[in-house]
Design a protein around this ligand. Structure first.
Ligand SMILES: [Zn+2]
Ligand SMILES: [Zn+2]
Length: 325
């Protein structure tokens, strides 16, 4: 695995630029996880990679907030999982630029990507929040109803979802910065967007791509469509940097390629069993082969039972496709 120094070196050589990895004067210290601060990854693009593991010390900071410095302000991509995370993100941005936060993109409806919006709105009430319109229904359903709402409120303090909606293949400009949006109808969730910043050629993928970890897929996800979207990405010209939702950002080979390989391998094995008329409880052979195929890294942060869960998910999707035909 590349260490941070070589990774950043690789990143710069792709961009043909060089930046100082200037440590923040006051980094955010999270117990045994160490210090966190935004690093410049490209001209005007900064990312702060979150903690690798969810535990008490991580304080819910497990995602990768990013920001772009425009002429007159700051555009944040994914604010974070709580009000506390939002305050820390603001504090770290302020150490790099005194400009106001003018816009936020939320890549999808999961709380770790937008519960911190309230902290930003509190400091900058005029901030515009962008996302796919499915984020409203999916976030409301998951976090804002019944008893769940109280638990959510304890984390977020107040709820601010996007009120400016973007859709697939949309081009937009914010304060002179140009963006291209892509929206797979259903991949990690049904509200995912990827955001390409054209000036830097950096793509922000939210949880459509995860590195060194795997997400869970729910009834509004589709592993098959996630694969289709990653195949579409593989056909596009290479971006200078792929910012992932969790794990470490990097080039195509380090981010999209391994995740696509993992999901495609699941699809391949399960399709084979499905075509052989094997039932959902007869996937042991396929499971064994998949486990052998992947060398799980020591710092991989998801339990192995996720593989079974993903296999069952693909099986159910294949059945659904069959019934639909
Ligand atoms: Zn997610
Ligand atoms: Zn996430």
């Amino acid at each position: 695995m590349l260490n941070r120094r070589t990774f950043i070196g690789a990143c710069f050589s792709t961009l043909g630029l060089s930046f100082l990895d200037a440590k923040a004067l006051k980094p955010w210290h999270l117990g045994h996880h160490g210090d966190f601060y935004f690093k410049q990854m490209a001209q005007s693009v900064y990312v702060m990679h979150g903690a690798k593991k969810r535990d008490h010390d991580a304080q819910c900071f497990i995602h990768n907030p990013a920001f772009i410095e425009s002429k007159n302000g700051i555009i944040i991509i994914d604010t974070g999982a709580s009000y506390v995370v939002g305050k820390a993100v603001l504090n770290q941005i302020a150490q790099i630029s005194p400009k106001p936060i003018i816009a936020i993109f939320n890549t999808h409806h999961h709380s770790d990507h937008w519960f911190a919006n309230g902290a930003i709105v509190e400091a900058y009430p005029d901030v515009k929040i962008y996302g796919h319109q499915n984020i409203i229904e999916s976030a409301t359903h998951m976090y804002l109803q019944g008893e769940e709402r109280l638990i959510s409120q304890a984390k977020a303090k107040s709820f601010y979802l996007p009120s400016y909606f973007v859709d697939d293949d949309e081009n937009m400009t914010i304060d002179g910065e140009d963006f291209h949006i892509q929206h797979p109808k259903s991949a990690h969730s049904n509200s995912d967007i990827s955001i390409t910043h054209l000036q830097s050629n950096v793509i922000f993928l939210g949880d459509i791509v995860l590195e060194s970890t795997l997400g869970y897929f729910s009834e509004i996800s589709s592993i098959l469509q996630n694969i289709t979207f990653l195949e579409k990405l593989s056909q596009q010209k290479r971006y200078a940097l792929y910012v992932v939702g969790h794990g470490t950002s990097g080039n195509y080979q380090k981010t999209v390629a391994p995740y696509l390989y993992y999901l495609s391998s699941i699809k391949e094995e399960v399709s084979k069993a499905y075509e052989e008329d094997k039932g959902i409880f007869e996937l042991e052979e396929a499971h064994k082969r998949l486990k052998q195929k992947f060398t799980w890294k020591e710092d991989f942060t998801f339990p192995l039972r996720f593989v079974e869960n993903h296999m069952e998910f693909v099986y159910a999707e294949l059945e659904k496709e069959d019934n639909f035909l």
